[in-house]
Design a protein around this ligand. Structure first.
Ligand code: C2E
Ligand code: CA
Ligand code: CA
Length: 387
């Protein structure tokens, strides 16, 4: 296959003809989860493959299609293509998450939204494997149709990601009211961070912001190993970029996930750091809410699998299983949650001050052991990294 030369102008009529002839395909760019170092999904990226084998990239026709008002005809025509591809991809690995880009113009249209939700309702599109990407620019201009559409997707199990995050369009208010799952940090920020200290600080803050909002952070456009390692140590959750692979034709992507199980490897430092912060936050939240019994967490919120540390323990188990401090941490962490439940229950039951203090002190003792184990794991991996 050849890549197109950029100087040939494309027209609306050519795009429509190409659609009629089914010349559009998705290529799949692998996405890696840092905690395991494994491919956990892919982003579907459209390509126009002309009869002579020339591949036209999306930047050459998507903006024109949006301008000419035909983008939704393209998106609509690509859904059955995606459905067929997903059959093959998930047939090979059931747990993969596939991301689809939707244009702001698509989700403004009630008819398209109804069609899309219907495909999910009928299970032609598997909700639990699907992430919909909308750009930061789109979420700034949310109207009621769009918001209802996103809420209805999420209620059916689809994840929503904000694409190109951090380039200045998004409103923090929308970030808090929308049911988002992830923030994809714009490639320009990643690129600048490689040689500009201030951009690196911004990158740190974006990853932390995502984490504090319980969103998955995804770094795009990672091209070299030092950035990969940096992001991993920072506690970023996922990445995609030429370092791992460009977008691949479907069958090549299938081969890729068969052959590349661990891509570069992983370093748990970032995960441990996040776990320390999450644990500190949980303890602080429980203790500071003791004076406001109506706002205390539910018992189910205190389940050991639901807190940030618990979710990290589950994910990191694939890699750290067998490490003695890690195994011990799992046990002590459960014990912490038991003590936290006793304390919160005592507060719910309006027990006297003295017994609250007693329970709080028991919980804090176990919490101190959790920190000890987390910090010695942290030390262990800092030293390993330096050797
Ligand atoms: P995007 O959604 O931000 O997608 C990421 C783009 O970055 C892709 O370009 C991908 O190939 C490229 N990329 C990934 N890793 C690297 C890297 O390490 N270095 C560099 N330099 N680039 C990298 P692509 O496939 O050309 O897509 C461009 C844009 O076109 C996408 O940006 C998205 O906005 C749009 N697009 C692609 N497919 C679709 C689609 O199906 N529907 C709609 N509405 N838009 C699409
Ligand atoms: Ca995207
Ligand atoms: Ca992007």
């Amino acid at each position: 296959m050849k890549n197109s030369s950029a100087d040939v102008n494309i027209t609306k009529e050519e795009i429509l003809k190409g659609l009629e002839n089914r010349e559009f395909r998705f290529f799949y760019q692998p996405m890696v989860t840092f905690a395991t170092g494994e491919v956990s999904g892919a982003e579907a990226l459209i390509r126009w493959i002309r009869p002579d084998g020339t591949i036209i990239p999306p930047d050459r026709f998507i903006p024109l299609a949006e301008e000419e008002g035909i983008i939704t005809r393209i998106t609509r025509a690509m859904i059955p293509v995606l459905e067929e591809d997903l059959g093959k991809i998930l047939g090979q690995k059931q747990s993969l998450q596939i991301s689809l880009n939707l244009s702001g113009k698509d989700i403004e249209q009630g008819e398209f939204c109804d069609y899309f939700v219907n495909e999910i309702r009928e299970k032609a599109l598997p909700a639990e494997n699907l992430t919909v990407e909308i750009t930061e620019r789109t979420i700034l201009n949310l109207d009621k149709t769009t918001r209802n559409f996103l809420v209805s997707l999420v209620s059916r199990g689809v994840r929503v990601a904000v694409d190109d995050f951090g380039i200045g369009f998004s409103s923090f208010d929308n970030l808090s009211i929308l049911p988002l799952a992830s923030l994809k940090i714009d490639q320009n920020i990643i690129r600048k961070a490689a040689f500009w200290a201030k951009a690196l600080t911004i990158l740190d803050h974006l990853v932390n912001l995502a984490h504090q909002l319980y969103l998955t952070s995804v770094a795009e456009g990672v091209e070299n190993e030092s950035m990969y390692r940096y992001l991993c140590q920072l506690g970023c959750d996922q990445m995609q970029g030429y370092l791992i692979s460009p977008a691949l034709p479907r069958d090549e992507f299938l081969r890729f996930i068969r052959e590349e199980t661990r891509v570069i490897g992983t370093n748990p430092l970032g995960g441990i750091y996040n776990a320390i912060v999450d644990h500190a936050n949980l303890v602080r939240r429980i203790v500071s809410l003791l004076n406001y019994p109506n706002t205390l967490p539910d018992m189910s919120d205190l389940d050991h699998t639901r807190c940030g540390l618990g979710r990290w323990l589950h994910l990191a188990d694939q890699v750290l299983n067998g490490n003695s401090q890690f195994e011990f941490l799992k046990v002590v962490h459960r014990e912490f949650h038991e003590q936290a439940k006793f304390l919160v229950l005592a507060a719910h039951e309006n027990k006297d001050r003295e017994s609250l203090v007693q329970h709080a002190s028991e919980m804090l003792k176990v919490s101190a052991r959790v920190y000890d184990l987390l910090t010695s794991l942290f030390e262990e991996f800092v030293l390993k990294d330096l050797i």
